[in-house]
Design a binder for this molecule. Structure first.
Ligand SMILES: [Mn+2]
Length: 432
């Protein structure tokens, strides 16, 4: 499959226009050791990836004067025998559509003339202390040439604000990749349900089913550490040990998503270990499902970000009253935030290259209006602790249902399709 640089070239052109006669310096992520000389699998920085699609470490994108310039590793026959293919500057420029490309070893020498006499330097302060130092050195090198008429940029700005604003709207190419990530993740969750019904009766065995399904469809792996939480573990919101046996009669909550071509999916499903919801489990589940339906129905352009959350909270709070978890009138319980005892998180977040993607949630003090191309999760939940004032049948029930939603001109599109209704889940598990 040949790499198509078109969407990346288009994004760079867009950003170049935005910075005018400024210069932007955008490095990719450093490699990171796991222990001793053994690195974590490499992943590019999301901003750098969004503008380049270039997968190698030790690379920097410079945008200046309408041109995009890559600094990257040189070809190296010996290193390539050990660690694999490198593009090298010439092939990188050709393949990824850069106007110029140079060896990364020449960066410190080439940077001062690139930034000299430009009014604005765009740099992400504090993202990487070593990189901050390197940029400061380049600025000092320009200042040292003041007497021959060179001027350093007199305005320093952070490129994260404008790039985040670009990234929050997903273009067509991104929508296609996110749909693919969602499809793979949906089949991973379906596989975990079938495996649970058939034989896999530990949290880690279900995690393995997800990993298998993600990798065999070409995803690079998990987009974030998966949560496979049986029984009361589901009430620990960020439980990631995934180390326990599953118990017949309990629910199991799985929050997992693959990463495909850099893009995250993020699905949560909750299902009975033995394949049949108990009456109490079903009652709770239907409340969360109704809350999610209300939130998805409220997701459309022009609506403020908090509106789907408030729709979910209303349904959940009514449900808490029906379950006798709370007493009082729904408006009052929402007003006093009493519902937070059983629903303590928000109903969603932006989704994209990062699972908790970039982009402001508020603008000028107001929740932001949704617009076509924005992509967010919808994930209401209900978490009931085992305490004496709560009926025992409800103890340790933790439920979350999460799907990935694209805002469209007409309303929204739900990307994710893993079995979700009680009937769909029970049928999927019966078939196993
Ligand atoms: Mn999520």
């Amino acid at each position: 499959m040949t790499f198509d640089p078109t969407p990346f070239v288009r994004r760079r052109a867009h950003f170049l226009k935005l910075i005018g006669d400024g210069v932007a310096l955008i490095p990719t992520a450093p490699t990171c050791l796991r222990n001793r000389d053994n690195p974590h699998p490499y992943r590019a920085d999301s901003h750098f990836w969004h503008l380049t699609g270039f997968p190698e470490p030790e690379a920097v994108l410079v945008l200046a004067g309408g041109r995009s310039i890559l600094f990257c590793r040189e070809k190296d026959v010996l290193r390539e025998i050990w660690n694999g293919f490198r593009y090298g500057p010439a092939a990188a420029a050709e393949t990824f559509g850069f106007d110029e490309a140079y060896p990364i070893a020449t960066l410190d020498e080439k940077l001062p003339p690139l930034i000299a006499d430009r009014p604005t330097l765009w740099h992400a302060f504090g993202l990487d202390a070593q990189w901050d130092t390197r940029v400061a050195r380049a600025l000092d090198a320009v200042r040292a040439e003041a007497r021959i008429g060179k001027r350093p940029p007199h305005q320093l700005r952070d490129w994260r604000a404008p790039l985040d604003a670009l990234r929050i709207i997903k273009d067509k190419a991104e929508q296609d990749l996110m749909r693919r990530a969602a499809d793979i993740t949906s089949s991973g969750h379906a596989r975990a349900m079938r495996a649970c019904a058939a034989c896999a009766r530990t949290e880690y065995a279900l995690e393995a089913e997800l990993t298998y399904e993600f990798r065999r469809h070409g995803a690079s792996g998990h987009a974030y550490t998966p949560i496979v939480a049986g029984g009361k573990n589901a009430c620990t919101l960020h439980y990631v040990d995934n180390s326990q046996p599953l118990t017949d009669g309990d629910l199991v909550l799985i929050d997992a998503g693959c990463e495909f071509a850099g893009y995250a999916a993020d699905i949560t499903r909750t299902f009975p270990v033995n394949g049949r919801f108990s009456p109490a489990q079903k009652e709770c589940y239907e409340i969360v499902l109704a809350a999610q339906s209300a939130a998805i129905a409220a997701t459309c352009p022009g609506v403020r970000y908090n509106v789907p959350h408030e729709a979910a909270v209303r349904v959940l709070t009514q449900g808490m009253v029906d379950l006798k978890l709370l007493a009082g009138d729904v408006d009052g319980l929402i007003e006093s935030a009493a519902y937070r005892r059983f629903y303590m998180h928000n109903t969603g977040h932006w989704l994209g290259l990062d699972v908790h993607d970039v982009g402001d949630y508020r603008e000028a003090g107001e929740w932001r209006e949704l617009a076509p191309g924005m992509t967010l999760t919808c994930e209401p939940g209900l978490y009931i602790p085992a305490v004496p004032d709560i009926p025992a049948a409800l103890h340790n029930i933790g439920i979350r249902i999460e799907d990935d939603v694209l805002v469209t001109p007409e309303g929204c599109e739900v990307y994710t399709t893993a079995p979700k209704s009680v009937a769909e889940i029970e049928e999927m598990m019966r078939g196993a």
